[in-house]
Every structure is written in C-alpha cells, then in structure tokens.
Ligand binder design. Structure first.
Ligand code: BEZ
Length: 216
C-alpha cells in the first residue's frame, strides 16, 4: 500500500540514538516529523540536522516530536552528532534512526533508484531527503522529497505544521505564502450563515474565496 496523504503511518521498530523505538508508541498523542537524509558525515545534511536541532523549541511549542533517519550505523550517527553539535553550536537531542538495513527506508519509500545524483560510490542509493508529518491519529499529513543537492527549508515545514494544526481546530484553509497570524480562507464547506457566526466580518472576495482574520 503506497504511503499517501491521508494514509496511516506504517509502524516499525528500529534502533535509534536514543534507544530502540516502536514508531507508533513514539508518536503517542503527538505530531511527529519523520525526516531522512542521504548519509552521515555529508555537508548539506550536517547543516540540515544542525538547523533542526537549533529550532527544537519551535517544534516543542507546537507539540511536534522530531525523528531523523539515514541508512547508517548507530556508532556513525553518534560520532556525526558530535560534529553537528560542534559545527552548529547546538545540542542535538532528537533521536536518529540507524536504518543500516534500510528496512524503514523501504517501508517509507525513501530510496529512489532512479536519482543518479543521490547514490554512494558503489552506485547504491542513499536515502532521499524525505519529510513525513504525522498527526496524533497517526495519519500522514505532509510528504516532501528534496534533491540531494538542496538543504530543506525548515521555515516552510513549520509553516505547514501551523496551517495543518489551525485547520484541524477551525474550519479554515490558508492561502499561498500564508504565515501564522495572516488572514485565512473560510473553508468552502462553511455556508455564509455559518461563516457570520464563526468568522464575524469575513470578507467575500468571490463567492468561492472568503477571507477571515486568523483565529490565532
Ligand atoms: C550532502 O549532504 O551534502 C549530500 C549528500 C548526498 C549526496 C549529495 C550531497
């Protein structure tokens, strides 16, 4: 069964830098960002993991747990984390899965056998820069794949989490380039009568595009 938006996040057991985990137990009642990187001791990945560690409080404040992954051994992860901490002046505290046998990578379709820019010297595919956002019901809510050459934009990841969490609480969607606090879109399923109560003073740009103040 392919992993798509709206499907249930497959469960797995794995070794991590914080000990063994059962993924569903790890999720518990939290949101989770499961993200992979091609390999330990590689330059772009080192900046990405440092940036995520630096932004730990942004994820904590949104009730989001982080968990990284690459197809490397635990001992390599641990040595590399020391480098990440030194280079980025951080204290990386989230677990990183040691998926040396590529079981989780295969389960989550994180290996791209067609991308010749993302292979090791023997031609074996590295894991893709994948991101999965999983909600507390264990449903996949966001899937991203970035090329090996390009570090991810973690502002964008936090922005989408804000949009998803707000949309789960209120009957809204969010426009292009929306940021926390900006006006939101009244969900198309909301009638004008309901909108008067839910979003007093909402503005009708077109019958299908109604804007409201952010309910934050
Ligand atoms: C990097 O993190 O710099 C990287 C990893 C794999 C392929 C290309 C770049």
């Amino acid at each position: 069964m392919p992993i798509r938006l709206g499907t249930s996040a497959p469960n797995f057991q794995a070794q991590t830098t914080k000990g063994p985990i059962d993924f569903h137990q790890f999720i518990g009642n939290s949101w989770v960002v499961l993200f992979s990187h091609p390999a330990d001791f590689t330059p772009v990945c080192t900046t990405e993991l440092g940036e995520v560690a630096r932004r730990q409080s942004d994820f904590d404040s949104r009730g989001v747990k982080l968990i990284g992954l690459s197809a490397n051994k635990l001992e390599d992860h641990n040595k590399w984390i020391a480098d990440i901490n030194e280079i980025n002046n951080v204290d990386l505290s989230f677990p990183i899965i040691a998926d040396y046998e590529r079981k989780v990578s295969a389960l989550y379709d994180m290996l791209d056998y067609q991308d010749i820019t993302n292979v090791d010297t023997a031609g074996v595919p590295f894991t893709v820069r994948s991101v999965f956002v999983v909600d507390p019901k264990k449903t996949i809510r966001l899937i991203l794949s970035y090329p090996a050459s390009t570090g991810r934009n973690f502002d964008e990841l936090v922005r989408v989490i804000d949009s998803l969490q707000l949309g789960d609480k209120h009957r809204i969607t969010t426009p292009a380039n929306w940021r926390k606090g900006d006006d939101v879109i009244v969900h198309p399923s909301v009638t004008n009568e309901e909108a008067e109560k839910l979003f007093p003073g909402f503005k009708t740009v077109k019958p299908y595009l109604r804007l409201a103040k952010s309910p934050f």
